[in-house]
Design a protein around this ligand. Structure first.
Ligand code: 5RP
Length: 230
């Protein structure tokens, strides 16, 4: 059996995925986030739903998550078919000491943010490598509409944000809404709220990956065990 000391990143993701299932109660409308950590949550949730009569409704933050959930027998609804979402459990790419985060590594940030803002409670599940002093080294993904995106790319470059196109093979990455992703290689961000305001007020940007004041609980997988933060 694997000792706790030998745990690798995937083991830690599995640990928090499993721990997060305990946050879910019968009667809830649950938002399911995106990414490899959430994939472990979905697997654990599917297992729990086979073992006990857990009555929940779910919505997903990406088509990929919907496919994963359906594959383990979890029924998914469209977001506008459900009342208020009680709890959303999602992954994150970076989380700082003030619980500010960056998401969008998987390109699902737009649906993730809509589900996040529609949820009474938001929980993030991360392995300890995602904890940082200050967010920014990961970069900030922004989802942009195709119209004028080359012009927008130049504007972002002129502002010193070091934009890079997100690619999938030799094609531009395409989001679930048919948009493109530009990754801003900002480095550590001194003023996340100011950057968020700047990006939100720029035409062509549909959404950005700065998730500020957006989480209620962070479940961290550490080699020493699971830690609940906040
Ligand atoms: C997708 C996301 C993911 O939640 C984030 O990238 C974390 O993914 P992973 O659990 O695979 O590290 O924001 O858009």
């Amino acid at each position: 059996m694997k000792g706790i000391i030998e745990m690798n990143q995937n083991d830690l993701k599995a640990l928090v995925g499993q721990a997060a299932v305990d946050q879910i109660e019968s009667g809830m409308v649950v938002g399911l986030g995106s990414g490899s950590t959430v994939a472990y949550l979905i697997k654990a949730l599917g297992k729990r739903m086979q073992e006990e009569p857990l009555q929940i409704e779910t919505v997903t933050t990406s088509r990929q998550t919907m496919q994963l959930a359906q594959a383990v027998g979890i029924d998914c609804r469209q977001i506008d078919e459900v009342r208020q979402i009680d709890l959303t459990i999602d992954g994150a790419d970076e989380v700082d000491a003030d619980f500010q985060g960056i998401k969008g590594g998987g390109g699902a940030l737009l649906w993730e943010k809509i589900v996040n803002q529609s949820s009474t409670r938001n929980v993030w599940i991360i392995d300890e490598s995602k904890l940082v002093d200050r967010i920014g080294r990961f970069g900030v993904p922004v989802e942009v509409i195709p119209f004028g995106s080359q012009k927008l790319f130049q504007i972002l470059a002129d502002r010193g944000y070091h934009p890079q196109w997100r690619m999938q093979g030799d094609q531009l990455f395409k989001t679930d809404e048919g948009n493109q992703i530009i990754d801003l290689k900002t480095g550590v961000i001194a003023h996340p709220h100011a950057l968020a305001r700047d990006l939100a007020s720029t035409a062509g940007i549909v959404e950005h990956g700065l998730f500020l004041d957006a989480v209620d609980l962070v479940i961290v997988g550490r080699s020493s065990g699971v830690e609940l933060m906040k």
